[in-house]
Design a protein around this ligand. Structure first.
Ligand SMILES: [Fe+2]
Length: 578
């Protein structure tokens, strides 16, 4: 049953347009405290007392919470409410949950067990026997205060296809953070991207977080990650990923369900976080990865063999400052990193900013490290002014033996990345780097606003021809998909999903008997905001219009999210955990 929407009004409307926030998909017990009008500030003593009483009554009403609450917990929860109500400055649209969680960005209320779907157009081809699974943020509690798009608990949405039939299943990644907070019945850790928006807020929220650790509510050694970003299959294991934690191993059951096995440290060899964009060489089965962070070395490269055995870390000390290093690329010879104008600066949080900010004085660089390097002695950095690439689509070595080519969307307005993402324009470029002379040449491949681009993964690290990218209209919503011919340097295919319909990252699934690079299907979730319905689309990747091969009506809404993966049935049967 879908609860009746409740429209929240604010006595001090924000200066920019904020869509109505539909709270129907949010835990009801969390509603009141979050959206208190800011007029509470005018009568602090009275409202402070009222808040304490309200919080106490609220806790008493909830049996589950009452059972797990102690006096310290009660006090800390009240302090959280006081910070949200009295300490936070007026909330910015970029972290206002009524804005960030509007429309199909709103979380779904709960998990969905495997549920039969209806194929309403075409047929699901046998090549698609397997599971398409996509990660994305789905906060289990309505935020008590500021909330950024990146702050939600990871939820996996999986369509399992078996002989033309499909089921949908939506499950949270059972992270340590998710489980502890789920048992408690409220959020314990503050939001990383939005929770520290003033000096007092930083001190206050930081103190409450420390107190929660000291009182035993949370043990950060077990991880703080949301695991809301992506998935990867390597070493015969399937992982859900988020770049602030270790991978979490995932199991896909025969009936289409998703289970979290747990946090995976590769026999104790991975003891810190790892990128959510590892690269798997389909020829060798090796996985290449890295982590970045706030302390030296700001970048550490590492790899896994085809059995998932991790090799030694390669610290990269030539990365001089902590950068927002979300993605990288590999070729057969190199690992390619982008050191862009987005930096991590916790000090900015004190002054009401995001922990990630842009530095216009910084010259972006491309770093090229031999793929099997044991240290960074042969790493080379190349200045590339104006090149801010957050996602790298692919890279390869040219036949001349000295040129590395990278294809990636360049963020032309990187200063808007964290707070005005709707103003972002990303243009896919082909960037050629002569590693001997340092000469860099660049060629735009499309003027469109494109991101979340994919290729036929058989060509990862190798010269390829086709890119499939989502059309930002505006970011972070995607109104269609295009196909770009890298060889011709032009767009050769396009599908717009229609008015009010938005998708996300497509995924290319190769046909089993395919001969050419683009012999396959493009799959994606698409949501119709007019009807409030979600679909799973299977498109012919070869046709210029991305002809619909099958359209599956999903039994429930799938919120917009980040990155996905198609796991063939034959690969599922090889997983270590069955
Ligand atoms: Fe990403």
């Amino acid at each position: 049953m879908v609860p009746k929407p409740i429209i929240i009004t604010c006595k001090q409307p924000p200066t920019t347009y904020i869509p109505q926030f539909n709270t129907s998909s949010v835990r009801t017990e969390e509603k009141p405290q979050t959206l208190q009008p800011k007029t509470l500030r005018t009568t602090p003593t009275k409202t402070l007392l009222a808040l304490l009483i309200t919080t106490t009554q609220k806790l008493k009403k909830t049996n589950k919470t009452l059972q797990t609450s102690s006096i310290p917990t009660l006090i800390l929860n009240t302090l959280d409410d006081i910070i949200n109500t009295f300490v936070d400055p007026p909330i910015k649209p970029s972290v206002d949950p009524r804005h960030v969680l509007s429309q199909n960005f709103a979380p779904v209320l709960d998990e969905l067990p495997p549920t039969q779907c209806k194929v309403i157009k075409g047929t699901l081809p046998p090549s698609l026997n397997g599971v398409y699974i996509r990660n994305g943020p789905n906060p289990q509690f309505l935020p008590r205060g500021p909330y950024h798009l990146f702050d939600g608990d990871g939820m996996l949405h999986a369509v399992k296809i078996t002989n033309g039939k499909a089921t949908l299943c939506s499950r949270y990644v059972q992270t340590y953070k998710y489980k502890i907070e789920n048992e408690a019945g409220y959020q314990i850790l503050p939001n990383v991207f939005s929770g520290f928006n003033s000096l007092i807020g930083l001190a206050a929220r930081g103190s409450v977080a420390v107190a929660r650790v000291l009182t035993g509510q949370y043990n950060p050694i077990n991880g703080i990650g949301l695991i809301n970003t992506s998935l990867a299959l390597f070493g015969n294991r399937l992982f859900a990923l988020g770049e602030s934690d270790l991978p979490y191993e995932i199991k896909l059951t025969p009936n289409g369900d998703i289970q979290t096995i747990g946090r995976y440290d590769f026999d104790g060899k991975l003891f810190m976080n790892m990128t959510a964009h590892p690269k798997i060489d389909s020829d060798t089965g090796e996985c290449f990865a890295y982590r970045y962070g706030l302390i030296r070395p700001f970048l550490t490269y590492f790899r896994f063999d085809s059995n998932g055995v991790k090799h030694n870390d390669v610290p990269v000390f030539s990365m001089k400052r902590p950068s927002f290093l979300h993605d990288f690329a590999i070729t057969k010879k190199y690992a390619v990193f982008a050191d862009i104008q987005l930096e991590i600066n916790p000090l900015d949080m004190i002054f009401g900013g995001s922990p990630v900010r842009s530095d216009p004085s910084k010259v972006p660089r491309i770093g090229i490290l031999p793929r099997y390097a044991d240290n960074e002695s042969k790493m080379k950095w190349f200045d590339v002014p104006g090149l801010n690439i957050m996602h790298l689509i692919n890279a390869w070595d040219e036949e001349d033996g000295k040129t590395v080519t990278v294809v990636a969307p360049n963020i032309l307005s990187v200063e808007h990345m964290m707070e005005r993402i709707e103003l972002i324009h990303e243009m896919i470029e082909k960037v050629r780097i002569n590693v001997e002379t340092g000469i860099v040449t660049r060629q735009p491949l499309s003027a469109r606003n494109l991101d979340l681009a994919v290729i036929n993964n058989e060509f990862l690290g190798k010269k390829h021809r086709f890119i499939y990218a989502a059309i930002g209209n505006p970011m972070p919503k995607f109104s269609g998909v295009v196909k770009i011919d890298v060889l011709k340097g032009e767009e050769i295919g396009c599908r717009l999903y229609g008015e009010g319909c938005y998708g996300g990252e497509p995924f290319f699934v190769a046909k089993e008997d395919g001969e050419e690079e683009d012999d396959g299907y493009l799959v994606s979730y698409v949501h119709d905001e007019k009807k409030g319905e979600s679909m799973f689309l299977v498109m012919d990747a070869k046709s210029p219009e991305f002809e619909i091969v099958a359209e599956v009506k999903l039994p429930r809404r799938v919120p917009y999210g980040f990155h996905g993966l198609f796991v063939k049935e034959s690969d599922i049967t090889k997983l270590s955990v069955l």
